[in-house]
Design a protein around this ligand. Sequence first.
Ligand code: NAP
Length: 291
Amino acid sequence: MTKKISIIGIGLIGSSIARAYRALESNIEINIIDKSISNLEKGKLNKLGNSFSEKVDSKIEGSDLVFICTPISAYENIFKKLNTLILSNSIITDVGSSKCKVIDLAEKILVNKVFVPGHPIAGTEKSGPENGFKDLFKDRWFISTYCKLCDDENINFVNSVWASFGSKTVTMKSKDHDSIMAITSHIPHLIAYNIVGTASGLEENIKSEVIKFSASGFRDFTRIASSDPTMWRDIMLSNKEEIIALIEKFNRDIKETLDAIKSDNGKFLFEKFKKTKEIREKIIEAGLDKF
Ligand code: NAP
């Protein structure tokens, strides 16, 4: 049974972990660290933890699990600070949305520490502890990945924690994780940021009409493009090889579509749109359209 955990970063994901744990084990001791005083205050107000601090310090020692739930650009300093603590009976884990760069960093910095890389495929476009909820991870995937700082037993333990939150769990190579996330999450966000960016660069009179008629597709892009800019800057930079390769492929596909439009090639357009409709039907068939 887990007696004490530490959560570094009490935002959407960190606060949802605290809530999920509280619902499962009311006696668990939860130590919360965040650089944002206002988020720490919100954490206190919502009774998310037993202790709260602005810095990674020795209060973390004695934790069974240490969850890193900050943007990825904060990891280097956090790993360095964790490395100075006695964490011989602790497992450090994280929730970051890219894995290869995170693992490189962890393997470079952490000495004699256990680190299990993790990523819950759950979230919303909102940030902060006020937006977290205990069932955020229910029926969603949690992906752990292999690395040199953990063994199967450590991975199984972390997977079992996420399974207790209601997640379906799977373990894979970090490279596979980053390739899959690039196409299913990172590129869609990049496209949303760009399409909304293009709209915001239109002339004023057209821009107000775009907002008025946004229900016809654009609105869905604005929801995705309202995701936290710090978090998404870090994801784009930390998974850049996969993202660059896919954007290059995407540009070639867009060029092909553009050429088809220019040459009135309706057959090409129809076949392309038919194929993509089939992908949507497969997602519905798998029951994955509800989230
Ligand atoms: P969030 O709501 O913005 O929360 C992050 C919290 O970490 C904020 O309170 C932030 O403070 C704090 N923080 C930043 N740097 C810190 C540091 N050096 N030390 C301590 N605290 C620090 O973000 P989130 O949505 O929970 O995302 C957190 C992580 O989860 C990211 O790595 C992301 O890739 C991953 N993730 C997110 C989602 C999602 O949909 N949101 C899904 C899966 C995984 P400030 O507000 O002052 O910066």
